[in-house]
Design a binder for this molecule. Structure first.
Ligand code: SF4
Length: 306
C-alpha cells in the first residue's frame, strides 16, 4: 500500500441543512416536554447516527401510525400525506409536524395547481417519504411521479394545463434535462424548480472540488436520497467516489496511492461523523496531510420568505 495522502479538501457546503436541524430540535424538545410516549413516523431524517441518538434519548420510531402506542406522533422533515395526519387524529394521537418548510412549500404549490386544473408531473424517487407526502396532496390521477426520462416519455396523461415539480433533493442537472424534455412533450408546461437551496449548494460545492481530487468521500446513510445523489455527482466528475456511513466503513485500501481527497456530507449527516473521518485520514497519513476547509461563512440560505 502506497501512502501518499497530502490534502483533504472539505466542501464549501456539506452536512446538516436548516430543515434537518429544525426537525431534530423539534423532536428533542417534544421528547423533553411530553410525559407520554413520543414516536416519529418513519425516520426523522435519513441518517442512522441521528436516529440512534434520538432513540437513546427515548424517542420511538414507527413505520405505521397504527403502531404508535398513544401519546405524540411526529411527522418527519420529509412530510407526509394528509391521510397520515387524518389517521393519527382518528387514533387520538397528539400530532407534531416537523415537515421542512421547503417541503410544505411544494405541498402548497400542488394544492394551488390542482385548484387551477393542472396535471402535475413530479420528478422524484417514487418510494421516498417526501414523494409519498407530495403525491398525497392531490388526487391520484392528477399527480404523476417520474424518475427517469423513460418514465416521462411513457406518461399517458390528458389535460389542458401541465406543470412540473421536483423532489427537493433531486440532481439539479437531471431536473434541467427532464424539464427540457417535458417542454417538448407538453408544450407550455410550467416548470417549478422546487429543488431546495441546501441541495443545490451541496451539489455545486462538489463541482468546485471533485475535478481536482483523486477520490471523493460522501458521508451519509444509504437510505439518504441526497447523499446518494452527491455520490453519483462526485463519481461522474472524479471517477472514484464512495458513500460511507462513518469512519468505520472507510476502507484504507481505497486510499492506496491517493494524494488528494474531497470530502462532503449529505444534508442529514451530523458534523461529528465528518470530523471522525478527517481524524482517521490524518492518522492514516501519519501527520503529513493537511485539511482545507472551504466551508462558507454565509451558511445555508434555506427558507422562502413567508
Ligand atoms: S434537504 Fe432541503 S427540503 Fe430537505 S430538509 Fe433540508 S432544507 Fe428541507
Amino acid at each position: 500500500m502506497e501512502k501518499k495522502l497530502k490534502r483533504i479538501i472539505l466542501a464549501r457546503y456539506y452536512g446538516f441543512c436548516m430543515g434537518v436541524k429544525r426537525a431534530i430540535k423539534i423532536v428533542q424538545e417534544t421528547g423533553r416536554n411530553e410525559n407520554e410516549p413520543v414516536n416519529v413516523i418513519n425516520e426523522i431524517v435519513h441518517n442512522d447516527a441521528v436516529v440512534k441518538k434520538l432513540a437513546d434519548e427515548g424517542i420511538g420510531f414507527v413505520s405505521r401510525v397504527a403502531d404508535a402506542p398513544g401519546g405524540t406522533i411526529i411527522v418527519s422533515a420529509h412530510g407526509a400525506p394528509p391521510t397520515i395526519f387524518a389517521e393519527a387524529e382518528k387514533n387520538g394521537l397528539h400530532i407534531v409536524d416537523a415537515t421542512c418548510p421547503l417541503v410544505i412549500r411544494i405541498h402548497k404549490t400542488i394544492h394551488k395547481l390542482i385548484d387551477q386544473g393542472y396535471q402535475i408531473i413530479h420528478f422524484g424517487d417514487r418510494d421516498h417519504d417526501e414523494t409519498i407526502g407530495v403525491v398525497g396532496q392531490g388526487p391520484a390521477d392528477r399527480v404523476h411521479v417520474v424518475r427517469t426520462m423513460e418514465d416521462l416519455r411513457r406518461l399517458n396523461i390528458r389535460g389542458e394545463r401541465f406543470a412540473l415539480t421536483s423532489q427537493t433533493t433531486a440532481d439539479v442537472k437531471d431536473f434541467e434535462q427532464i424539464s427540457d424534455e417535458a417542454r417538448k412533450i407538453f408544450p407550455g408546461i410550467e416548470i417549478f424548480n422546487t429543488i431546495c437551496n441546501a441541495t443545490s449548494q451541496r451539489q455545486a460545492a462538489i463541482m468546485d472540488i471533485a475535478k481536482n481530487v483523486d477520490l471523493m468521500l460522501v458521508v451519509g446513510s444509504a437510505s439518504s436520497a441526497n447523499s446518494n445523489r452527491l455520490r453519483n455527482i462526485s463519481e461522474a466528475i472524479c471517477d472514484r467516489a464512495f458513500l460511507i456511513n462513518g469512519a468505520d466503513s472507510l476502507d484504507d485500501e481505497w486510499l492506496d496511492g491517493v494524494e488528494t481527497i474531497g470530502l462532503t456530507a449529505g444534508a442529514s449527516t451530523p458534523d461529528f461523523l465528518v470530523e471522525e473521518i478527517i481524524e482517521h485520514l490524518l492518522r492514516f497519513s501519519g501527520g503529513s496531510a493537511g485539511v482545507e476547509r472551504l466551508k462558507s461563512s454565509e451558511g445555508d440560505k434555506e427558507y422562502p420568505e413567508e
